[in-house]
Design a protein around this ligand. Structure first.
Ligand SMILES: [Zn+2]
Length: 326
């Protein structure tokens, strides 16, 4: 994906500039592949405070659509952690697996519009395919049909640039056909692919702004493409920097997704605010969680993260070893 400063280039602008939506509905959408780690805590803090700043709702949605990758007990562990840190979500927790019929309806809609095709390619078939930053760039082998019994369903793409204005990271552009190729929306194992599920659920829940980690920014153009094909409005996107350790490794990967520690919750929460550039006062970590949230709600300003793609946590004293930060 290319980051561009100039907006003069002509392209297919799928979504307009990032303006503040009203009424605001935000969300945090963890996958139950492990306990809540510190990187996810940052995304939760940022999305929660951003929603509260706009007097909006903050929804909690568990993205449990990929059972092979899920870990038993992870959902409970994540909810327990969020509750322990004092997050307050609006309405009941929702589960992505409950909207399978809506996901299927979206697949049907794409099929009816002639935008889907069956792909019987095996991993071995694709071994020689070109690779890009998103992984294999599907070369369109099955665009003219596939007769295999088991098949994935891919959505047709074109190569007009998909351009969007990220609230923090600025203008982003990606050409789907040459950078990702036609991508899977219904897997060979009959599971719904992440890109489709997230688009359908964001639409059904009326999400107006998506605040999430920058590791998902590369997915955004595919989601914008699906929104366009399905006739959904696009939310505003706001990608926060990823936390890296002293070696520059992403936290969740480098530490095996260690769960966030409950030992010193106030210290951990203040460390999260500090890493998010909020400059909490030095003695705030001696306060209660209620006091910390009260300070954070008044002082929250996500704009300080504009253009920031990585936060180095290696030297950070407050966050401590127990969160895998040093
Ligand atoms: Zn194929």
């Amino acid at each position: 994906m290319n980051s561009r400063n100039a907006s003069s280039e002509i392209g297919t602008i799928v979504t307009g500039k990032a303006s503040l939506p009203n009424p605001y509905i935000g969300r945090f959408a963890p996958s139950p592949t492990g306990p809540l780690h510190f990187g996810s805590l940052l995304a939760a803090v940022a999305s929660f405070l951003e929603a509260r700043k706009h007097g909006g709702q903050w929804l909690l949605r568990v993205e449990d659509i990929d059972p092979p990758r899920e870990q038993p007990g992870a959902t409970d562990a994540i909810l327990t952690a969020l509750d322990a840190f004092g997050f307050e979500w609006d309405g009941p927790v929702t589960y992505q697996s409950d909207s399978r019929s809506d996901h299927d309806a979206a697949v049907q809609s794409l099929a009816a519009a002639g935008k889907l095709y069956r792909c019987g390619c095996s991993r071995r078939d694709l071994a020689a395919a070109p690779r890009g930053s998103l992984g294999i760039i599907y070369p369109g082998t099955c665009r003219d049909g596939s007769n295999t019994a088991e098949a994935a369903h891919r959505v047709l793409t074109d190569d007009e640039p998909i351009v969007f204005e990220d609230r923090l990271q600025g203008e982003q552009s990606q050409r789907l056909e040459s950078e990702s190729g036609d991508f899977v929306v219904l897997r060979r194992d009959n599971l719904i692919a992440y890109q489709l599920a997230v688009v359908v659920d964001d639409y059904l829940q009326g999400i107006t702004e998506v605040v999430r980690g920058i590791d998902l920014m590369d997915s955004t153009p595919r989601q914008l493409w699906l929104q366009r094909l399905l006739g959904y409005p696009a939310p505003v996107y706001c990608h926060i920097p990823v936390v890296v350790n002293e070696q520059g490794q992403k936290l969740s990967k480098s530490h095996g997704a260690t769960g966030v520690s409950f030992e010193r919750k106030s210290t951990t929460l203040v460390a999260a605010l500090e890493l998010l550039g909020q400059g909490p006062p030095r003695d705030l970590h001696t306060g209660s969680l209620t006091e910390i949230w009260a300070w954070a709600r008044v002082n929250w300003n996500i704009d300080v993260l504009e253009g920031v793609t990585e936060i180095a946590a290696g030297l950070h004293a407050l966050a401590g070893n127990e969160n895998g930060l040093s």
